[in-house]
Design a protein around this ligand. Structure first.
Ligand code: C2E
Ligand code: MG
Ligand code: MG
Length: 636
């Protein structure tokens, strides 16, 4: 006799989860499908189990056909469950092994064999032919010789899932998902072991329910992907969706950004603002009945709708919506919005790249008053992709891999000999090609890695000075570039001092170049320069003529040298005027020496020398060189 007292509460809880699941909007991804499939199949298993057990216990009162059918259905569902629980497990992997047809067929083999055998059991199983899962005869239910295939397939799928998730752990999503799946599969293994040890007590389903609850609580709850009180999906949902449809995104994206979101939120307070956003989300559902609406925080909506749509009508409708205040019982808001359309996404871009391109575009329309619809094309996506790979190369460079220091000589205009050099950094991409600083410095600034990168350049320069005698190369100093952002770091001076101390170098051998287009607050810059000046650091104003430096700023900050930007040098050499010579004279009267950048010919050198430049730098003398080539060329 079987005891099924555990089955009823288990079934009740499952039905509650099922009801909850169907009451919430679900993101159409494989994981949701696998989860729904899993709960439905588990519910069916319990129902078939109860019914089959009931008829097996009183086999004499029921027809053999009914007993056979119920048992066969139970075993079919049992084999299917093992497989679908595996499918759910591997949904945490970024790339599913099931996308390869042969692998999928091989993995499905135990399930298919089990289902086939369950059907054969019902039709052909008997005491004379016991090579089946079960058979029914006049004395009721009997397990067949192949009954243990049930356990074989159960263990096979649970162990395969554990191996897949842990062997490919780098391709797994979040940690929570990985550990959720670990405990989930351990619960499945425990369920199988309990069934093996206590076959007469139907406890297995209770343990399977626990496994389902674990993943539901860890990451299967549809609420994790919802925002705006369930009226839209959230940013992680969009990221997950884009990840799953990588390279084959059919739905057409469209973006709506609330203008000046932060200011509006301050004005209306968060609860009223949320109310307004909920109203907008609801309106979008009416406007895009078949589309997916995602809310990506900060007033940014992204809609994925039918392929090939141009969204002209929808833009008109939305523009109309924002012409009037958004009114509800608790809110009245005047908002406006900007729109973004997207060219069809063709390439195989990562969800990270697509999402950040979309959000960047939304941010920019949200920040302008222009009524124009912004269109994002493949080039914009490629640019984000390049930026992403540059970020990786910067990280690699910071670990000392692919970073190189180059030096470009600076010539004393009077003697024509090398007197110093400028240190310029280079990093290499994954193919070993050089990424120019014009590309990676802005990315390092945006990603907050510029301080580390600056320290690395400074460290390598100091090391170079320690390992090579500057005097033997006829040099007095090396200039190092500083990003204006580095000035926001209050302990910049201390850090650089300690690097110098490490190599036993005097501060006057490394001059710090600051570009003049620096947008940083004058006061911060001045204060930092003063503090560092007290420690003995010397400063050079770089790229003069490209930014907004004025004389009073120059007077306030302790510079020793001004570098005239190559564009100004070039213009002057082409069409001389009085402005530059007068400017240079004024600088010299203020006590600064002058460097001319970008000298490419003897004529340019002569011209710049004539108007008072003390130092000359440019391809005429040398391009920037890797440090070993520089030493070979200039060591006397
Ligand atoms: P910059 O500091 O003005 O450096 C001079 C740039 O002009 C260098 O470009 C150099 O190769 C180039 N150059 C020198 N002479 C000539 C010439 O005769 N003709 C032409 N066409 N170009 C010449 P590079 O190395 O590509 O660096 C570009 C900018 O990147 C630098 O401009 C500097 O602002 C920044 N940078 C380079 N390394 C670093 C660094 O380590 N840290 C920071 N914060 N910025 C750096
Ligand atoms: Mg420079
Ligand atoms: Mg410069």
């Amino acid at each position: 006799m079987w005891s099924y007292s555990f089955e009823f509460p288990t079934l009740t809880i499952l039905l509650i989860i099922l009801g909850f699941y169907f009451s919430r909007p679900r993101l159409p991804i494989k994981r949701s499908t696998a989860f729904v499939h899993m709960i439905i199949i588990e519910t069916l298993i319990i129902i078939f189990d109860i019914l089959a057990t009931a008829v097996d216990n009183n086999y004499a009162s029921y027809s053999i056909a009914l007993i056979k059918a119920l048992n066969a259905l139970y075993f079919i569902a049992f084999f299917d469950r093992a497989y679908i629980m595996y499918v759910f497990s591997i949904s945490v992997l970024k790339d599913s092994p099931l996308s390869i047809v042969i692998i999928r067929m091989l993995i499905m083999l135990p399930m298919s064999a089990g289902i086939l055998l369950s059907i054969i059991s019902a039709f052909f199983g008997s005491a004379d032919f016991p090579y089946v899962i079960f058979y029914i005869d006049s004395s009721g239910y009997h397990s067949g010789n192949l009954y243990n295939l049930l356990y074989v397939s159960g263990f096979f799928y649970a162990l395969l899932a554990l191996i897949a998730v842990f062997v490919f752990s780098k391709k797994t999503g979040r940690r929570r998902e990985k550990y959720g799946i670990l405990i989930y599969n351990l619960a499945i293994l425990a369920a199988l072991i309990i069934r093996l040890c206590l076959p007469k007590h139907l406890i297995m389903d209770t343990l399977i329910l626990i496994a389902i609850l674990i993943v539901f609580l860890a990451f299967g709850n549809p609420d994790f992907y919802l925002d705006l009180r369930g009226n839209s999906f959230n940013k992680p949902a969009l990221s997950k969706y884009l990840e799953e449809y990588k390279g084959r995104l059919k739905l057409q994206p469209f973006g709506v950004a609330i203008r000046d979101y932060q200011a509006m939120r301050d004005l209306y307070e968060s609860s009223q603002m949320e109310e307004g956003l909920v109203m907008i989300a609801k309106y979008m559902h009416r406007l895009f009945p078949k589309g997916l609406v995602f809310y990506c925080r900060k007033g940014r909506f992204i809609i994925l709708d039918q392929p090939g749509k141009d969204y002209r009508e929808e833009i008109k409708a939305l523009a109309k919506l924002f012409e009037h205040p958004l009114r509800s019982n608790t809110a009245e808001l005047y908002l406006s919005a900007g729109f973004v359309t997207f060219d069809r996404v063709i390439g195989n871009y990562s969800s990270e790249t697509l999402l950040s391109t979309m959000l960047k575009a939304l941010e920019s329309v949200g920040a302008t008053e222009s009524e124009e619809v912004l269109n994002v094309n493949e080039e914009d996506i490629k640019r984000t992709d390049t930026e992403k790979s540059i970020r990786h190369c910067i990280e690699k460079a910071l670990e000392g891999d692919g970073f190189e220091l180059y030096l470009q000589p600076i010539i004393n205009a009077k003697t024509g000999k090398v007197i110093g050099a400028e240190a310029l950094s280079r990093i290499r991409d994954f193919n070993g090609d050089i990424i120019p600083p014009g590309l990676f410095i802005p990315v390092a600034e945006k990603s907050g890695r510029i301080n580390k990168l600056g320290e690395l350049v400074f460290d390598r320069t100091c090391r170079f000075i320690k390992e090579n005698s500057l005097k033997k190369m006829g040099m007095e100093w090396i200039n190092v570039n500083l990003s204006p952002l580095q000035f926001l770091c209050p302990d910049l001076g201390d850090k650089y001092s300690s690097i110098m101390k490490k190599y036993g170098i005097e501060p006057d051998t490394v001059h710090l170049e600051i570009t003049e287009e620096s947008m940083i607050d004058d006061l911060i810059l001045q204060k930092q320069m003063m503090t560092m000046g007290e420690k003995g650091f010397l400063f050079v104003l770089d790229d003069y003529g490209t930014g907004y430096s004025n004389l009073s700023r120059l007077k306030k900050c302790p510079f020793i040298n001004v570098k005239i930007d190559m564009s100004i040098v070039r213009d002057y050499c082409k069409e001389p005027d009085d402005i530059l010579p007068n400017m240079i004279q004024t600088f010299k009267n203020m006590g600064f020496s002058i460097t001319a950048e970008g000298i490419e010919s003897e004529e340019m050198a002569t011209t710049m020398k004539e108007i008072g430049c003390d130092l000359l730098q440019g391809y005429l003398y040398s391009k920037p060189l890797p440090i070993n080539e520089f030493v070979d060329k200039y060591l006397i």
